[in-house]
Design a protein around this ligand. Sequence first.
Ligand code: NAP
Length: 409
Amino acid sequence: MEEQKKESISFENGKWITPDHPTIPIIYGDGIGPEITAASVSIIDAAVAKAYNGSKGINWLRVEAGEEAQKKYNTGLPEETLDTIKAYKIVYKGPLTTPVGSGFRSLNVTLRIMLDLYANIRPVKYIEGLDSPLKYPEKVDMVIFRENTDDIYTGIEWPYNSAEAEKVREFLKTSMNVNIDPDAGIGIKPIGKAKTQRITRMAIKYAIENGRKSITVMHKGNIMKYTEGAFKDWAYEVAQKEFGDKIVTEEELYSKYEGKIPQGKILFNDRIADNMFQQIITKPELYDVILAPNLNGDYVSDACGALIGDIGVLGGANVGAEGGMFEAAHGTAPKYANKNVANPMGILKAGELMLTFMGWTEAAGLISKAVEKAMKERKVTPDIARFMGVEALGTKEFAQYLVDAIKSA
Ligand code: NAP
């Protein structure tokens, strides 16, 4: 255990402290999961070996979950798996089938709560060669920080004809003179200051550490003043009070700096949600880090993903002050399982993000460059080859191409 502890990633005030040989639990997943996860691991290992000449390396620790575990232990989520992830606070995860039926605990929800993974992060960057609906897709390079624990996702809602809804209606009418139609379902949208401010801190730190140029708060504060409007105000408060020397607001940009972002500063601004949707399509080059409450973040993540033409190549993470879970945006695509045709890029991109959080940015950069090279040379799996009109590589051959590209970089 002493040995294990030494080799765990640890966290100090939200900062990741990564030993040279960290142990990282890995779930291979269901459907195409095992193939794409194995492919991605071979590429990540090659990038780490190349970047650090063998002085660093990941000890992958396989843990069981999903269909495999269901058969063996009669649960998709054995306690041992949860205990291991809890001990290491991090997991690299292939997609899992969502079983239909009652009594099932979603791994994502369980881990999110267990490790308090409050930020859902999704980088979206165009890769040359993909078939995007945009005229200039190369302008798309954004990272979305979606708050993961607050907003209407807390699930406080009642059917229109329930006793609870009736009670709420009655309370609002008698105590506050507010009328709600008797045929209306009722939901509650809590957005809190502490939850808003911790994700704002994380987004700003990420922007500083990764040389991003702006952070835009996406909100509907003109209508929902005390939830979405407060999210915006609390985000500005953190930006100005805690990172005043690092950020510049839009107002300051024009009053002090003639519209030019000063060297070493990050623009901190906000956009109303509906405007944000048209802005990311018409002027994607103006947007970089996007910070949003839960529901806006959900919508804008997929909208941004669509801009690059293929959400199958997107990876993401759920991250907290202490820990993270890294996975592809897509699911198990069962019809492609065991056929050596699935694209490993989504889970690979999640791995690249994990390396970035670990501080192993040189290895992350090598993966990014190798993927760009593959797309340029049209070395792709069938899902992309069908749009490019080129011959496809299998999952294993595509992974080998990337490993070779990294080795010869
Ligand atoms: P899906 O697995 O994402 O697959 C939908 C379609 O996307 C596939 O038919 C295929 O499209 C394409 N696709 C996705 N990933 C691909 C890849 N790596 N390579 C090539 N093509 C890929 O969504 P689903 O069919 O709705 O869900 C299947 C299962 O996955 C469900 O049990 C669901 O609950 C689960 N799921 C799990 C997660 C997770 O673990 N985080 C996330 C989402 C879904 P074409 O048919 O056009 O070729």
